[in-house]
Design a protein around this ligand. Structure first.
Ligand code: SF4
Length: 116
C-alpha cells in the first residue's frame, strides 16, 4: 500500500492542522516533532525550492495536484546540494515533511516513524 494513497487529503489535513493548532505542545504536535526528528537523520530527506520541486514534478508528468497519488511510483527526488534551500522533502514519497508529519494518516515509506 502506498504511504500517501490519499496524499492530497493528507496535505490538506496537515495544512489545516498547521494553520489551526496554535496551542502549546499537543499530542499531534509532539508526534509530528518526533516524526520530523527521525526524518532529520534519514538519508532520504532532501531539500529543493518549491519552484524546482514543481518543475521536477512536471518533468515526471505530474501536472495537477490530483496526480500526487502517483508520486511514489516516480524515481526518488534528487539528493540535496550542500547549499540547497527550500522545504524538506522525502525523496521516496515526495512529500513536504513538515506538512506530512502533521497528517494523522500519513506514514513513513520505510516504516521509521514510531506511530502508525
Ligand atoms: S518519511 Fe521516512 S523515508 Fe521519508 S525522510 Fe522521513 S524517515 Fe526518511
Amino acid at each position: 500500500m502506498a504511504c500517501c494513497s490519499k496524499k492530497w487529503i493528507h496535505i490538506a489535513s496537515g495544512l489545516t492542522r498547521l494553520a489551526t493548532d496554535t496551542t502549546g505542545l499537543t499530542r499531534t504536535k509532539a508526534e509530528a516533532m518526533a516524526r520530523l526528528a527521525i526524518c532529520s537523520n534519514c538519508t532520504q530527506v532532501t531539500r529543493m525550492s518549491w519552484g524546482k520541486y514543481i518543475a521536477w514534478l512536471a518533468k515526471h508528468g505530474i501536472k495537477r495536484i490530483t496526480d500526487l497519488k502517483k508520486l511514489e511510483s516516480l524515481p526518488p527526488l534528487p539528493v540535496a546540494k550542500p547549499d540547497a534551500h527550500g522545504p524538506r522533502l522525502c525523496r521516496l514519497c515526495k512529500c513536504c515533511l513538515v506538512i506530512k508529519a502533521r497528517s494523522a494518516d500519513a506514514f513513513c515509506p520505510l516504516d521509521k516513524w514510531p506511530d502508525k
